[in-house]
Write a new protein. Structure first.
Length: 62
């Protein structure tokens, strides 16, 4: 997914993120707010993913 498109659809993506990655809190998702590096960091922390795995996980949300 193109980052510019994803930033514009962040609110729509939050539902998909919450459904697929239940360990993420509402506050964390709100804090990310379309900042992809922050999303990748949280995914690495909560799920033990590498940055590349976190990027792939994000891309699969569309």
């Amino acid at each position: 997914m193109n980052k510019d498109i994803a930033k514009g659809k962040w609110n729509q993506l939050t539902g998909s993120i919450q459904k697929k990655y239940g360990k993420l809190t509402d506050d964390e998702i709100t804090e990310v707010g379309g900042k992809f590096e922050k999303f990748y960091g949280i995914m690495q922390e909560r799920y033990g993913m590498t940055k590349e795995e976190a990027q792939k996980a994000f891309n699969e949300l569309n």
